[in-house]
Every structure is written in structure tokens, then in C-alpha cells.
Design a protein. Structure first.
Length: 478
């Protein structure tokens, strides 16, 4: 009979029940892979549970790994495994911290992201150097679009950290992203750069810096910055597709659609792509932006729509549903898009409270999906009617400002095409004053000026767009 592992502790001194020395070492290794989005994380987690089959924190970590990809089937497997684990562990065997972790994981596995985030926040107050609580809570804040919590969850723990701690760098990277999503762009960039200086392969910290350039319209700088450290982010991690997506946004602003499609085919979606939701949504969002900008996407919509169909997704995460609908509408498969809407309508009518995705779908997901379908069918008035009431609430269904901008652009394009000149002027004024360095904004301004017969304003807007795009084009040719 195998000997029961003794209680060990993680690197910050938190006791770990039924884990042992070998299990604790594997726990730390798994956390390291998680922080840096390495593909080895799943294998190391399995090795941890093989070494310590009853490790409370080992099972908590495994449960979260099954949830972080927003994959319905993986989440179901994780829920079943975690319920089996809980049948064989008694509350008295766990430390108070572990009991809270179990409660948080149980809440998320049952669909209540908000409650899971609250419990993880309580852990971070009492145990501010609990890396798993910080990292998972941070991702939940991202999935629920809570910018204030995304910032303050990490900011509230930072003072308890020693700057010499090897994990301080990735914690800084998390803080940088929270700062960016809260609008503190310069502080976010400086914090992200400090994180990457400590750990150059901190792809989440890199991602945070990239977001600051995107939100400030500094796309030429973003291109140069990513090019300078390609080896640190472009391959070998779960975030590389998403960071390539950011690179494509920069190239799209520079007007280089050929480069965008080259990257799309090489990195975002191709025959060997995994079909993971988080990768497919980046592909859909990019092609949708190109479509809105009047760019030719070739025959890429069809294979992408096929990839979404192959997933057979049920109602699990409204943010994913919206991007599946983008793919179907882009491919001209309105029937498939409407099938998702009908399915989610039935889900909203039948499911109960306590599941975060219920409100996300009812309040945001369904109106946006219907608006995308209306836009694809050239019913621009209807698209405006659906999007206008929810445009300031889009964060409630998750994602970042940069990701949600595809929907904001859809509203603007619908308003322009429907001839809603006052609304178009207002939306453009908001965009231009927030991000004056953005060729897309100025080209849209020129279109509005054309519609109003203001040739002088149209000429100025086009000149500004050309001037701004030239800097990005030069960066791409380096």
C-alpha cells in the first residue's frame, strides 16, 4: 500500500494537505507553466496528481485548468473529476485556505464565475501571495469584464510581495493588464515593461503592453516592440495566437491586408489549428474587422465556420457564441447563426439563476448575436436598434476593450450605412477624441463627411488617415 504523502507547503509557506515534497515541487512547476501559458501545464498537472492523488491543491489546480480555456467539454470533465475527489476528502482534512479554494472551484464548475471570483478575492486578502488565487481570479475578472477588479485584485496584493520573488514579474504582468483595462495606459505600459524586463518570456506581460499600444493608437510602436522580441512570444505558448491577433490589428491599421492574411494563414487559423474556442474567436474577430473595413478575406470564412460547427458547442460562454455567429454570418450561413440564437433563447428561458452565463447571454450575448445577423443581412437600422442599448454594457459578457471593439465598430458601420448621421458623428467623436491616432477612425470620418457633402472635411480626414498609416507601414517593412 502506497504511503500517504505528508503535508508540505508551497514556495510561499502555505500548507498543502496530502501533497508531500514531490507533489509540492510539481505543484510549483505546474503553477510556473500556468503563469507563462506553457503547453506543458496539463502534463505536469497529471504528474502532480499521480504523485499525490489526494492533494487538495493539486485537484483545485486541475479543476481550474479545465475551466480556463472556456471549453464546455473540458469543464464538464473537470467537474466530474472534482466531484469524485470531494467524495473522498473530508472538510477537517483541509486547511482553511484550501476549503476556500475548494469552494471557489466548486462555484466556477457549477457556472457561477462571479461567486468564484469573490471567494478567490477573499483568499487574496488573507493570503496575498497565493499565486493560484491571484492568477485564476485575474482570469475570472477578464472573463466577466470586470476592469476594476482586474486591476485591484492584483494591486491589493502587490505590497505583500518581495520584488526579488521570481513570481513577482508575472504578478506585475497581471497588474499591467488590469491597469490597461481600467484606462491607466501609461502606468500600465511602464508596469508591463518592468514585468517583461524581469521575465522576457512573460507572454501575459507582453500582452498587457501590446494592449496599451492598441488602446492609444500607437500601432507603429506596437509593431516595432513585438518585432524586437518575437522569440519571446510568437511560438511555444498558449497565448501566441492571441498575440499574433494583436499584431494583425496593428497591420490592419497600417493598411497592409496582405500581411494580415499572411499571419492569419500561418498562425490564427489553418488546417493544423487545434479548434480551441479562444483561437477561433480571434480568427473570427479579425476577419469580421476586415469585412467591416471592406477588405477582401478570400475564401477564409467557410473553413472557419466549419471549425465552429465541428465544436458542437452548447450554451456555455456568451462571448464565444458571439464570435461563432460572426463566422457564420461572414460565411453567409445565416441559418447556422440563427440556430445558435434559437438555442440560446431556449437556454435563457429554461435555465435558472446562479449561472453567470445566463445573464451574459440574455442581456448581452443574444442582442449582439441578433445584431450581427441583421448587419449581415444589410438590415442596418435593426443592427443599430439592437446594439445601441447595450453598447455601454458590453463588458458584462467578458473580453477586453480591444476585443469588444469589433462590436463597437459594427454599431458605427451600421449607423453610417443606415444614414444615421447624428449618431455616426457622435460615435466618431467619441472614438477620435479617445484615440486620435487611428486610421480607421479618420477613414470613417471621411465617409461621414462625404455623405454630408463636406468635401473639405473629407479631404482632411483622408490625409490624416494616410499620414498615420504610413508610419505603421514603415514599421512593417523594417
Amino acid at each position: 500500500m502506497a504511503k500517504e504523502p505528508t503535508r508540505a507547503a508551497d514556495r510561499h509557506g502555505h500548507p498543502m494537505s496530502r501533497t508531500g515534497t514531490e507533489g509540492a515541487a510539481l505543484y510549483e512547476q505546474t503553477l510556473e507553466h500556468l503563469l507563462f501559458f506553457r503547453a506543458d501545464v496539463a502534463d505536469t498537472s497529471r504528474r502532480l496528481l499521480a504523485a499525490a492523488p489526494r492533494s487538495v491543491m493539486g485537484h483545485v489546480l486541475a479543476a481550474h485548468l479545465g475551466l480556463l480555456g472556456t471549453e464546455e467539454k473540458e469543464a464538464a470533465d473537470a467537474r466530474n473529476a472534482f466531484e469524485r475527489f470531494k467524495e473522498h476528502v473530508h472538510r477537517g482534512e483541509m486547511t482553511p485556505r484550501e476549503r476556500m479554494h475548494v469552494a471557489a472551484a466548486t462555484s466556477w464548475l457549477r457556472g457561477d464565475l462571479h461567486q468564484a471570483g469573490r471567494v478567490l478575492g477573499e483568499i487574496s486578502v488573507e493570503y496575498p501571495r497565493d499565486v493560484l488565487a491571484l492568477a485564476v481570479g485575474h482570469q475570472i475578472d477578464f472573463f466577466t469584464g470586470n476592469a476594476g477588479r482586474l486591476r485591484d485584485r492584483i494591486g491589493g496584493a502587490l505590497s505583500a510581495w518581495d520584488a526579488s520573488d521570481p513570481q513577482y514579474g508575472p504578478v506585475l504582468g497581471m497588474y499591467a493588464f488590469g491597469l490597461e483595462e481600467s484606462g491607466h495606459y501609461e502606468q500600465a505600459r511602464e508596469t508591463g515593461l518592468a514585468a517583461v524586463e524581469r521575465r522576457p518570456n512573460d507572454v501575459w506581460g507582453i500582452h498587457a503592453v501590446v494592449h496599451t499600444y492598441e488602446m492609444q493608437g500607437r500601432f507603429a510602436e506596437g509593431i516595432r516592440w513585438l518585432d524586437a522580441r518575437t522569440a519571446d512570444w510568437a511560438t511555444g505558448n498558449y497565448l501566441n495566437v492571441h498575440n499574433w491577433w494583436h499584431y494583425c490589428l496593428y497591420a490592419l491599421e497600417a493598411g497592409d491586408s496582405a500581411r494580415v492574411l499572411e499571419i492569419y494563414d500561418a498562425a490564427l487559423h489553418h488546417a493544423e489549428s487545434t479548434g480551441a474556442a479562444m483561437e477561433l474567436l480571434d480568427a473570427a474577430a479579425l476577419l469580421w474587422r476586415m469585412m467591416l473595413a471592406g477588405q477582401d478575406t478570400g475564401g477564409r470564412w467557410g473553413p472557419l465556420a466549419d471549425a465552429w460547427t465541428a465544436r458542437h458547442d452548447g450554451p456555455y460562454y456568451a462571448f464565444n457564441d458571439v464570435h461563432a455567429v460572426m463566422a457564420y454570418v461572414g460565411a453567409g450561413r445565416t441559418g447556422d447563426a440563427e440556430r445558435i440564437v434559437r438555442s440560446r433563447e431556449q437556454y435563457v428561458a429554461c435555465s435558472g439563476s446562479g449561472v453567470s452565463n445566463h445573464a451574459m447571454t440574455a442581456d448581452i450575448g443574444l442582442p449582439v448575436c441578433r445584431a450581427l445577423i441583421a448587419y449581415g443581412e444589410h438590415h442596418y437600422d435593426r443592427a443599430v436598434e439592437l446594439l445601441l442599448p447595450v453598447r455601454h454594457r458590453l463588458a458584462e459578457y467578458g473580453g477586453s476593450h480591444a476585443q469588444r471593439d469589433a462590436v463597437h465598430k459594427t454599431l458605427l458601420e451600421a449607423a453610417l450605412r443606415a444614414g444615421h448621421h447624428d449618431l455616426s458623428r457622435t460615435l466618431l467623436s467619441e472614438r477620435i477624441n479617445l484615440r486620435p491616432v487611428c486610421p480607421y477612425n479618420w477613414l470613417a470620418q471621411a465617409r461621414l463627411a462625404d455623405a454630408l457633402g463636406d468635401d473639405a472635411r473629407a479631404a482632411v480626414a483622408r490625409a490624416r488617415a494616410d499620414e498615420q498609416a504610413a508610419d505603421g507601414a514603415a514599421a512593417l517593412k523594417r
